[in-house]
Design a protein around this ligand. Structure first.
Ligand code: BGC
Length: 304
């Protein structure tokens, strides 16, 4: 295929991903209990047909919840909206804090940003630090599964099997992409690499010299990332006024003897385990991560 066609294809996939994200019906943030509330914070039940704000729901009375940890005002969190000195610039880059959504303008109702994907049964910030979008970045690091020096082909789909670096989260125990929050003022490309090194290689425990060696090895791989997704994430921590968004990029090593077949994985920071996981539709992953890794398999023509 000539290059322009490849580019056109890639942009179409990206456009359809963005469209998909803005119409996504969230479900994981409508479970019975809000996480980290000791199963005491019960979400107001929102049936599918009443999720959209445009649909009248006069009896809607969501519980208001923000964890004590967030109310204590850690450095990564916003103050309460009632604080008179707090003058956030919604939908804008507010100093170092990015209050823009990947999905366009969000509404601010009675001073509170409103989740574009609809009702969640909880008001306030829950355990999220920012009002409005809370930005994360997710590196999907992939290689081909090999046996006897060749790619493994799935007998049913007849397609080669892709593997990605997958971590088990300490907070929920679920398997996930080794992503993390974008620090204020941080470039997404730096977050992607930092989170991968911290969670999948335990870089926080390395000496400066070891870190430099690993960094050098990963340099080429991380220079050729491909954006897979940018938008809302159906995260169990979302509320009506605070939600997760992420930019996911794929870093793929095509070389069957390349760096990703030699790298030693070691869980660190927010991860309790790490492993190469085969990509397959039976996978269960945290939040919307399954949709993201599915896109990666489509782009590589891999088994799903
Ligand atoms: C995780 C990311 C995830 C985001 C939204 C962050 O805590 O580290 O991997 O995409 O939350 O769910």
């Amino acid at each position: 295929m000539p290059n322009e066609k490849v580019l056109l294809c890639a942009s179409l996939i990206l456009l359809s991903q963005r469209a998909l994200s803005s119409t996504m019906m969230h479900t994981k943030c409508r479970g019975k209990f809000y996480p980290r509330g000791n199963n005491k914070v019960i979400r107001f039940s929102v049936p599918d047909e009443k999720v959209r704000w445009a649909v009248p729901f006069p009896e809607y009375a969501p519980v208001s919840f923000t964890t004590a940890g967030i109310l204590a005002g850690p450095s990564f969190a916003d103050p309460d909206i009632s604080e008179t000195l707090f003058k956030p610039k919604w939908n804008e880059l507010d100093g170092n804090v990015d209050r823009r959504s990947h999905e366009g303008t969000y509404e601010v109702v009675d001073g509170y940003p409103r989740n574009k994907h609809g009702r969640t049964g909880v008001m306030g910030r829950g355990c999220l630090g920012r009002w409005g979008p809370n930005h994360a970045a997710d590196p999907v690091v992939t290689r081909w599964k090999i046996e006897n020096e060749s790619r493994v082909i799935n007998p049913v789909s007849k397609k080669p099997v892709l593997q990605f670096v997958c971590i088990q989260r300490k907070d929920s125990g679920e398997w996930a992409i080794p992503g993390g929050m974008v620090d204020p003022g941080e470039k997404v490309s730096s977050t992607l690499r930092r989170e991968f090194e911290e969670e999948a290689l335990d870089a926080l425990q390395m000496t400066a010299e070891e870190r430099q060696i690993v960094g050098q090895k990963l340099k080429d791989l991380f220079e050729q990332g491909k954006e897979i997704y940018a938008g809302y994430i159906d995260d169990p921590r979302n509320t009506d006024n605070a939600w997760m968004e992420s930019v996911a990029c794929n870093f793929h090593d095509e070389d069957l003897k390349g760096i990703l077949h030699k790298l030693e994985l070691k869980a660190g920071d927010d991860a309790k385990s790490v492993k190469w996981m085969d990509l397959d539709k039976e996978l269960e992953l945290y939040a919307s991560h399954k949709d993201i890794v599915h896109q990666v398999t489509l782009q590589h023509g891999a088994h799903w």
